[in-house]
Write a protein that binds this ligand. Structure first.
Ligand code: C2E
Ligand code: MG
Ligand code: MG
Length: 763
């Protein structure tokens, strides 16, 4: 375009030159005519000749001018036509900044008034015309200054101008050698729009690919990475800065790279889409991932592979959580041993296997001895740590047997099939031995003895549930006989267990059927004066006859019926005591389970109001086990009970932990030394020592001490000698229906007169 402009300019110059030459010819002819009128003969001829020659030249010049002009006009018409039909607006300025060439497109493009545009107008005038047309959005002066400065330095001045009507015009001002410049104006609105749309689409796709949570990797035909989206960076564990431009072998672990490059090569050869099912990939910095991958090639128009796209589905996390869920469903979270569900499954499978093979195996039910006490005394964290250690030790000697934790301190082992009972016995011995050494948990030296019950398939049970209940029965029997022992199932045990369940069932109905009753045992001062009675529950079973409380109280505690019993006992004993003419005190035993379940202070308060018993006459007997569980809660219940004006006695002292801290933590009103020490007095020097120590301790704490189980005068003398404050036992009176103690409570004697016990201490 600039060249066309230069041609037009040079043609114009040539036209101007011929114009000057024609003018010179005409002037020459005029000079010749003047000479012909005034000159003499020869010189005139010579002159005429000369003039003729001159005149001929002029004519030739004129002819030449005319010919050239015609040719030039044709040329210029063609150029003008071309210029005016250009798609771009065009302006050309000379070195003085005057407009010398322009086209129609320019005028139309900016809607310029054609009268304001003519040859020789200045840049300012032209821009003013555009301002008037509303198609020049800049400051004229400022624009012109910048344009001239650029042209002055021989530089192009280009810019894209956004018009008010939304068009975008690309303007290029190109400097020319003579100091002028050519300006082209091109409407690039559509092109710009298309470019923008294209850019937006590209950005949109980039954003999508970048944010798709699926790793996408693209390689070029040379198998160099050319696109890695964000998910792919996370999947690989390295950024795109490391990957882009490199090949698999440059960035991936050798074996991974080898496999991938082989797959790539196959795919490039076949040109197909390839789906790689679940497989493991060792990534550069994200460990081993389990993935599926879809790989495909993108071909160019000649059908040659241009890109290779890999879309990865990373299944690792899903797989791991599936495994975790499956593991959690079948394992105990504390010890990580198989749980009850897994045990049931394994037992069923082992029964099937043994049945099919005609083989035998054993089931061991294992119970940790006194685990509850560990929890109570040292806290649950220590209890948990003990269970973990026990599980580890047992696992270490199981040797292919299936060990499971069924819950709490209960474990079970299914032995592999083999010669029984030898295999079971050996395993039980190993388990016992594994737990022989003390366990140190945070400085607490603990022992974990286990009691084991064993049932053997098929003789002790041909199905899973019979085997379990018989191994359980053996374990219970072992517990009652000797904790820490191993016991094989015997048919008699099964009967015992079933008996126990039946008894528990019947116990539920005992209150309603009026089968419960209370016996009262006198409590006396050391001098023999009866000061109160302890209420002791009795169950008179319609068929079995009297069932001792040592049997049915633990059963009621286990079955939860103790709360109903406890309420009945409290109410009956208080009502009974309230009816006595003599204001003797009444001692009532409370079960630890009542502490857990009942709102005892409210219950006692209600019963005192209901029966009218003076609170000071009621003495509640509790054992240490009440405090061992939830110490703070138990303490607060005891305080509230004491707040009612009721007395609290520590029963069976010396049998549990006999923790002195309990005596310090709560102001008990009495300590009752357990009867075992009194019973053993005759043949155990230790018992005597303990009794002396407990009495001294009680007195040191300003607490009266009562001895239980006093049966003989010797025992009484010993206790009196130690300064014991009170006694209870057959020597004073057996537990009996209260009618037997009518006189003692101040009532008229009932039926046959009973001899009052005579207590005499040699002074
Ligand atoms: P305990 O509270 O220590 O009751 C004293 C036990 O010692 C009673 O046994 C009583 O008969 C027995 N005993 C009393 N004097 C002598 C004696 O001189 N020699 C011997 N060998 N034994 C004597 P019992 O009645 O069999 O009660 C046993 C345990 O059952 C009680 O021990 C108590 O812990 C529990 N118990 C009894 N009745 C109730 C009750 O109503 N509620 C609760 N929660 N527990 C009860
Ligand atoms: Mg008692
Ligand atoms: Mg007792």
């Amino acid at each position: 375009m600039a060249k066309a402009m230069a041609d037009i300019a040079s043609e114009n110059n040539r036209v101007a030159g011929w114009r000057a030459l024609t003018l010179a010819g005409l002037i020459g002819c005029a000079l010749v005519a003047t000479l012909l009128l005034t000159a003499d003969a020869l010189p005139q001829v010579l002159g005429a000749f000369a003039a003729g020659a001159l005149g001929g030249g002029v004519i030739a010049g004129i002819v030449a001018v005319l010919v050239t002009r015609r040719r030039l006009s044709l040329h210029s018409q063609r150029l003008e036509c071309a210029v005016n039909n250009m798609n771009q607006g065009l302006c050309m300025f000379d070195g003085k900044g005057r407009l010398v060439v322009w086209n129609r497109r320019y005028i139309d493009m900016y809607g310029i008034d054609p009268r304001r545009i003519r040859h020789g107008v200045s840049l300012h005038e032209l821009l003013d015309a555009r301002v008037a047309a509303g198609t020049f959005p800049f400051d004229v002066e400022n624009y012109a200054t910048k344009l001239r400065a650029a042209i002055g330095q021989g530089k192009a001045f280009t810019l894209n101008v956004e018009q008010i009507d939304g068009r975008t015009i690309a303007v290029v001002n190109q400097p020319m050698a003579d100091g002028g410049w050519v300006a082209t104006h091109e409407d690039i609105t559509e092109r710009t729009r298309a470019e923008r749309a294209l850019e937006q689409t590209r950005q949109f796709l980039d954003t999508i690919i970048e944010n798709v949570p699926t790793p996408i990797i693209v390689k070029d035909a040379a198998l160099r990475y050319c696109l890695i989206n964000r998910a792919a960076e996370q999947y690989l564990g390295v950024g795109r800065d490391v990957m882009l431009g490199r090949r698999a072998r440059d960035v991936l672990p050798a074996e991974t790279a080898e496999a991938i490059e082989a797959q790539d090569a196959r795919l490039i050869d076949s040109g197909d889409v390839a789906f790689l099912d679940e497989h493991a990939v060792l990534t550069p910095r994200n460990g081993i991932r389990i993935v599926t991958a879809t790989r495909l090639t993108v071909k160019d128009k000649d059908g040659k592979p241009q890109y290779l796209i890999v879309v990865i589905n990373d299944l690792t996390d899903r797989k791991r959580s599936e495994q975790r869920i499956a593991h959690m469903a079948n394992h105990d979270p504390l010890t990580d041993l198989p749980n009850r569900a897994a045990f049931n499954e394994s037992l069923r499978a082992t029964v099937d296997l043994a049945a099919a093979a005609g083989e035998s195996f054993a089931l061991l039910c294992i119970d940790l001895d006194r685990f509850k006490s560990v929890n109570d005394v040292f806290g649950h964290a220590t209890g948990d740590a003990l269970l973990r250690e026990v599980a580890l030790r047992m696992q270490s000697v199981c040797q292919g047997a299936f060990l499971a934790r069924l819950g709490g301190d209960e474990f079970a082992v299914i032995t592999p099939t083999g010669a029984q009972p030898a295999v079971a016995e050996a395993l039980a011995e190993r388990l016992g031995a594994a737990l022989d050494a003390d366990i140190d948990i945070n400085g607490h030296i603990l022992r974990a003895d286990v009691t084991i019950g064993i049932a053997i398939y098929p003789q002790d049970g041909a199905d899973a549930s019979t085997l379990v209940s018989n191994a359980d029965a053996a374990m219970f029997r072992a517990k009652t006989e000797a904790r820490g022992s191993i016991r094989f199932f015997e048919v008699a045990m099964d009967k015992k267990l079933r008996d126990k369940r039946a008894l528990q069932q019947e116990l539920r109905l005992a209150v309603a059927r009026n089968e419960l009753s209370l016996h009262y045992q006198p409590q006396a001062t050391i001098a023999g004066e009866i000061v109160g009675f302890e209420a002791l529950a009795r169950w008179n079973h319609p068929v079995r006859g009297p069932v001792p409380p040592g049997v049915f109280i633990p059963l009621a505690e286990e079955a939860g019926t103790i709360t109903a019993f406890g309420q009945w006992i409290l109410r009956s004993a208080c009502r009974e005591a309230a009816s006595w003419p003599r204001p003797l005190h009444i001692a009532i035993n409370l079960s630890p389970v009542q502490f857990l379940r009942d709102d005892l202070p409210n219950l006692v308060h209600g019963i005192l109001l209901e029966t009218g018993l003076a609170p000071g006459r009621l003495e509640l007997e509790v054992t240490e086990s009440v405090l061992i569980g939830d110490f703070t809660r138990a303490l607060s219940i005891l305080r509230r009970l004491k707040g009612l004006g009721v007395r609290i006695a520590m029963d069976d002292f010396g049998t549990g932990y006999s923790s002195l801290s309990y005596l310090q933590a709560f102001p008990f009103d009495k300590i009752k030394i357990d009867q075992t020490f009194v019973v053993n007095l005759a043949h155990s020097a230790q018992s005597a020592t303990i009794i002396r120590a407990v009495i001294a301790l009680g007195h040191g704490l300003d607490l009266p001490v009562m001895a239980e189980g006093v049966e003989t005068e010797e025992q009484l003398r010993f206790l009196a000698g130690c300064g014991c404050d009170g006694i209870q036992g057959f020597f004073v009176g057996r537990p009996q229906p209260i009618n037997e103690y009518a006189e003692a409570v101040g009532r008229a004697p009932f039926g046959k007169k009973r001899k009052r016990p005579h207590i005499a201490i040699a002074g």
